[in-house]
Design a protein. Structure first.
Lengths: 569, 277, 310
């Protein structure tokens, strides 16, 4: 679901994810309106600050990267990338710098040409501490950006890495200096400028009616060519169900998070299609390994590895995934996804064995003394809470299923369903017993180091929320990442994964697929696994299949008026 | 003056039927563990038995967790009715206490208390409840009852106050006082009996109101928590797929409408009887 | 005065709650603690509560309701765009329900004891016992799903509205308004009908009615000319009571139909811990209710000849 996905600024290595449709040549007349039904408003439309899926989609169409990820989806080195804002680039002799040359015809939507200064400015913004960009930590390897001449920007690196090019070319969306420079970084977020993005992309921003719609229109004079659609609109619903219904009833053309229960609906409707493909998400129920009240001590219940393993054994993960997702997800294997070439689909798991779990709990001293169905040990009942964000139907369902399965094993689980902001806050503060977590992971398996490595435990901004610390895991991951030989790499990853799986800091649950519903009149371009919208500018609608709203034409641009002004009917 | 017995006699025929229906529902709810065919929290087959439409084995179908909806509705009756009842008790107590104190004290204290009451009345009950409940994430049923009760006493206290004021002026009070009767005696002999009727009406309609509120709050997701069953959260569980899982909205909804209707009939009948005398 | 009280209560309640507005945009673990503290400082959330409240009270005096974090706009602006939608809905429902309710009551009383009376009585009983959202869900299913006559939600068609002509836009708004208004109206009408029927029945035996009958007026004329006017008085006070009920109903209905009014705003504001917006909504809601009952009181005083001294 949109609000809980992390923005994917990264790409898979080595996965093909295409679902194009039949190729008839597009008509001379571009046109048509694409309506995307979504349950959330974008948070901000400023590339350096955004963190919601909608904002990511909109900004990626209105702004440009220096280079785009190619269809082979390789992010190592620079071979897999295609030119975007930068039409060519060259490496320094020592590979510690890359010079990007800006396309001579690149223009901002207000007419000014794109300059190297814009690149330098963008980097300054992304790394500024007052601005606080979520992507700041990802740019750590870039020492500085300098301007060689008005159309060449040079990135200087601290050290060589497989992702050097990616860091510079794809992590940032280039923003116009002349628009932003009058505003101090700390005032960007609430600023009026931020609500009317000026980019260089193939679409230009048209309007944003809060909680209702965002509209972008084709930039017909764009240096990379005009899009084949005239406009794209995000139709915003207050909740998930309304958003799906809008798609099913024909008020919108696309919905990107179809659930199994909608498949029958879609199948019945001859005008709708579904594209499913592997994605980069994995969900789990994590244990808090530390005591909530005193972070220096282990959790009174979950500090024990054996107990965690026993609880894991009591949960029938395969059945849960089948029940909640039907065929739209596979059981998760660990802190990785099958999309990685280095993942072994047969990675050993802790088996499901209720009787074994019960025996193990008995042997650990957890017994039900008073016949209430809940085990106790030394006076402490096996009772804890499971934190879930209410915005994710799948997680809520899995939580209720786990609750019952653990009840069979003699544990009492309280499902605490909270709104997403509270969930995020409590996860960050580590005030939970168990939490239904999930990651929309990076392209590289290295993402697991951030989420499960020791460094992520101590730092306040670290994202190892369960506080799992294992030197063995860290070491195996590090060697795996540095290894160049593929077979050895894979073996090292397998070893790292085995360590963490057997330590059971979380019950690995599901690896959901992406299921995107779309109207049949749309002719789609290949949909990239991590960002199906990346080629939206190349989607088109045959003239003879257009419907009334395709021909409606863009709404009047919102005048730069007072913030309170509303459109009059 | 309407004693409980005379009150019953004063009920219309329809109201008596309604009372009987309510009693039946209450009995079923009370004996839930015996009456319900399955354990309401059991999830026997989460892959194969989820979302089944009504059938012989599951007259009300199953939910997305393969739980039997009929059993959940029965247990839900128990919980929803209990919450309604207890919350109303809280409201009644508070309402009578507040109103009696205000009416008896009179003067400045009375005026002040009424101002506060006005302000409290100005906030729609639901908004107040949403604000309170959404803030606390892990709400026990007891706390839910408390908050529901805390927000429902305003109207009754007005009526009670009115009664007390009227009583204060009444002649027989002054004469009783002159005769030396203690305050408490006056309260017991004269005030309380006069309150029975409005309290009975308030209680009946109050329970109905609380049930509707609790169902509404559970539907919004801030009422009763899993795996407990209440009519509201059964509807909530099925609210994603209202069309395909229609049995999850229909049955609890019907039962709820039935219960509330019966309560309304009884309450209105009592009110008519009270007004008529 | 009432406003002040309401504001205080809301402020206290919301600040008792766990959670913090700056959890809201946190989907990314890379947002640092320092940054969040910075934002908190910016918005003044790190000051002691009393100071926050003092500042808030001062702002209120200038009708400045603060800044809404989740909408990135001033609270006043958010409510200003949401309020008209709710007022529209409530207004239509108010008129509709009273008109329909009174009409039904008249019919019932005119044919008192007949089958129609009993049918309508039963119907109004069922409807007034029904929870708003359940009826709304049924209506939604029936008229947008099984019989796709009306649009699924919202106030206007997000995509097409601006490109329609004036007439088209009016129609668009009406189509979107139809179901939510219908739902709210019918349920409220049931309550009004029951109330009015009882009021009319009370009035009918009155002396002046008997006099009118003796004078030879037809039953219908009696109803219309005398009974109704006198039975209207309690109706007017009902208007005052109707406001909170309609507002409550509007919350659920706005949620089911995604109608962008105050109810929906409040529900989502609480989810995002947007304190200023929550307090703002509750205050505005309470003001609406108070104004409503004030108007009702005034109307009552005007309409009641006894009070007017006529």
């Amino acid at each position: 679901m949109a609000p809980l996905r992390f923005i994917s600024l990264f790409v898979l290595a080595g996965v093909v994810a295409c679902t194009g449709t039949e190729s008839a040549s597009p008509p001379k007349n571009a046109g048509g309106t694409l309506v995307i039904s979504t349950p959330g408003d974008p948070d901000v439309l400023i590339p350096a600050l955004m963190s919601s899926i909608q904002a990511g989609q909109i900004t990626e169409l209105v702004y440009d990267h220096l280079a785009d990820i190619g269809d082979s989806l390789t992010i190592v080195g620079d071979r897999g990338f295609r030119p975007a804002l930068a039409d060519q680039w060259s490496w320094g002799a020592d590979s510690l710098s890359i010079a990007f040359h800006i396309h001579p015809n690149a223009r901002w939507h207000d007419g000014n040409p794109v300059r190297a200064n814009d690149v330098k400015f963008t980097h300054a913004a992304y790394t500024d501490s007052a601005l606080g960009s979520p992507a700041r930590a990802l740019l750590g390897n870039i020492d500085s950006v300098t301007v060689r001449d008005s159309s060449t920007a040079v990135f200087w690196y601290a050290k060589r890495s497989a992702q050097q090019f990616y860091d510079a070319a794809y992590t940032m969306l280039i923003m116009p200096e002349h628009v932003w420079k009058g505003t101090p970084f700390s005032e960007w977020r609430p600023s009026e400028i931020g609500k009317k993005p000026v980019g260089s992309g193939r679409f230009r921003f048209q309007r944003w009616t809060p909680k209702t719609a965002v509209e972008i229109v084709a930039d017909t004079g764009n240096y990379r060519g005009a899009p084949k659609l005239s406009r794209v609109i995000w139709s915003i619903s207050p909740d998930f169900n309304t958003a799906v219904t809008r798609f099913l009833s024909g008020e919108a053309d696309i919905f990107e998070a179809l659930r199994p229960e909608h498949m029958a609906e879609v199948a019945k409707n001859p005008a709708l299609r579904v594209a499913t493909f592997t994605s980069v998400d994995y969900l789990f129920a994590a244990f808090n390994l530390r005591d909530q009240t005193n972070k220096a001590r282990p959790h009174p219940i979950f500090g024990s590895r054996d107990l965690r393993r026993a609880l894991t054994m009591a949960v029938d993960r395969a059945a849960i995934v089948k029940s909640v997702y039907d065929t739209l997800a596979k059981p998760a294997l660990g802190p990785m996804v099958r999309a990685f070439a280095t993942t072994d689909g047969a990675q050993a798991q802790i088996p499901f064995d209720l009787a074994g779990a019960q025996a193990k709990l008995d042997s650990l001293g957890w017994r039900d003394g008073n016949g209430d169905g809940i085990r106790e040990r030394n006076g402490r009942p096996l009772r804890f809470s499971l934190l879930v964000p209410g915005s994710s139907k799948a997680r809520v369902q899995m939580a209720v299923l786990i609750q019952e399965q653990l009840r069979q094993a003699g544990a009492r689980v309280e499902v605490e369903q909270v709104e997403f902001p509270t969930y995020a806050e409590r996860t960050r503060k580590r005030t939970f017993d168990m939490v239904m977590g999930g990651w929309h992971t990076q392209a590289s398996p290295g993402g697991a180091r951030q989420s499960w490595g020791t460094a992520g435990v101590r730092a306040a901004s670290g994202s190892n929320y369960p506080s799992y610390e294992s030197a063995a895991f860290d070491a195996s991951m590090d060697s795996a990442l540095m290894e160049l030989d593929f077979a050895k790499k894979k073996a090292l990853f397998a070893r790292a994964y085995d360590t963490i799986i057997q330590d059971a800091p979380a019950i690995w649950l599901a690896e959901p697929k992406a299921a995107i519903g779309y109207h049949k009149r749309l002719r789609t371009a290949p949909m990239r696994a991590d960002a199906w919208w990346s080629h939206l500018a190349d989607w088109w609608i045959p003239e003879n299949e257009r419907i009334p709203r395709d021909n409606a034409g863009p709404a009047a641009a919102v005048p730069a008026a007072r913030p309170d002004s509303q459109k009059t009917p | 003056m309407l004693t409980p017995i005379r009150g019953f006699a004063a009920l219309s025929g329809a109201a008596r039927v309604a009372l009987a229906v309510l009693a039946a529902i209450a009995v079923v709810a009370l004996f839930a563990p015996i009456v319900a065919p399955y354990d309401p929290a059991a999830q026997p087959d989460i892959v194969g038995a989820k979302n089944l439409p009504p059938s012989a084995q599951h007259p009300f179908g199953t939910d997305p967790y393969s739980r039997d909806v009929l059993s959940r509705v029965i247990y839900g009756a128990r919980l929803s009715l209990t919450i309604g009842f207890l919350a109303t008790m809280v409201s009644l107590t508070l309402g009578v206490a507040y109103g009696a104190v205000a009416g008896y004290a009179g003067g400045f204290v009375d005026a002040l208390m009424m101002r506060v009451l006005d302000a409290l009345l100005a906030i729609p009950r639901l908004l107040l409840l949403i604000a309170i409940l959404a803030a606390w994430t892990r709400l026990s049923v007891g706390a839910l009852v408390l908050f529901l009760g805390l927000t429902g006493w305003f109207g009754l206290s007005r009526i009670v106050r009115g009664q007390v004021l009227a009583l204060k002026q009444a002649e027989f009070i002054t004469s009783a006082r002159a005769l030396g009767a203690s305050r408490r005696r006056i309260l017991a002999r004269h005030l309380l009996p006069n309150l029975v009727s409005p309290i009975a009406v308030a209680a009946t309609l109050g329970v109905a109101h609380v049930i509707v509120l609790e169902v509404g709050l559970s539907y919004l997701g801030i009422g009763v928590a899993q795996p407990e069953a209440s009519w509201g959260n059964i509807i909530h569980d099925g609210s994603d797929q209202v069309a395909t899982l229609w049995w999850m909205s229909l049955f609890p909804g019907l039962l709820m409408v039935l219960t509330v209707m019966m309560l309304n009939i009884v309450g209105e009948s009592l009110r008519d009887a009270y007004d008529r005398r | 005065m009432i406003v002040a009280f309401v504001a205080t209560i809301s402020f206290v309640l919301i600040h008792l709650a766990p959670g913090d507005p700056f959890s809201a945009a946190l989907e990314n673990p890379n947002v640092t603690e320092e940054l969040r503290d910075d934002l908190r400082r910016q918005y003044g959330l790190d000051r002691p509560l009393t100071e926050q409240f003092g500042r808030y009270a001062a702002q209120l005096a200038h009708a400045d309701l603060g800044w809404s974090f989740s909408h990135e706009r001033p609270v006043r602006a958010v409510l200003a765009s949401a309020l008209p939608n709710t007022l529209l809905l409530m207004g239509v429902a108010l008129f509709g329900s009273f008109a329909l309710g009174i009409l039904v009551a008249l019919v019932q009383v005119a044919r008192r004891g007949s089958v129609i009376d009993r049918l309508l009585d039963g119907l109004s009983l069922v409807l007034s016992s029904m929870p708003d959202f359940w009826f709304a869900i049924l209506a939604l299913l029936a008229f947008t799903y099984w019989l796709p006559i009306f649009p699924v939600g919202g106030a206007v068609d997000a995509v097409m509205h601006d490109s329609m002509g004036f007439g088209g836009r009016v129609v668009d708004r009406l189509r979107h308004l139809a179901l939510p208004a219908f739902t709210l109206t019918i349920l409220a009408a049931a309550g009004v009908a029951r109330f009015q029927r009882a009021a009319l029945i009370d009035v009918l035996p009155a002396d002046y009615i008997r006099t009118a009958r003796l004078k030879g007026l037809t039953e219908g004329a009696i109803l219309r000319r005398h009974a109704l006017r006198n039975a209207l008085l309690p109706i007017i006070s009902l208007i005052g009571l109707a406001f909170p009920a309609l507002l409550t109903g509007a919350v659920f209905i706005e949620k089911v139909f995604a109608w962008p009014g105050m109810g929906l705003t409040l529900v989502s504001a609480i989810g995002s811990r947007d304190y200023p917006l929550v307090i703002g909504s509750v205050i505005v809601g309470s003001i609406m209710v108070t104004v409503g009952s004030l108007i009702a009181d005034l109307l009552y005083a005007y309409a009641d000849p006894r009070i007017r001294g006529a």
